[in-house]
Ligand binder design. Sequence first.
Ligand SMILES: [Zn+2]
Ligand SMILES: [Zn+2]
Length: 80
Amino acid sequence: MLALRPNCECCDKDLPPDSAEAMICSFECTFCRTCVEEVLHGVCPNCGGGLVARPIRPAGKLKAYPPSTERVLKAGGCSA
Ligand SMILES: [Zn+2]
Ligand SMILES: [Zn+2]
């Protein structure tokens, strides 16, 4: 199950579980669409894998399967 991390690892922008902006790699490194497009160019800076749009968990499932509250920030940020 996806953790649904609450923020972008690059810019710390909030990415709630219903955000259409959240993008993830296969390890679930999580970034916002702006960073993916303008800084990362579609490649995860941690693992080198591709980034795809994170699926949105239906609101009715969030109570039983709540999103992660642990904010992950990439040390040193994400410079191009
Ligand atoms: Zn970002
Ligand atoms: Zn990754």
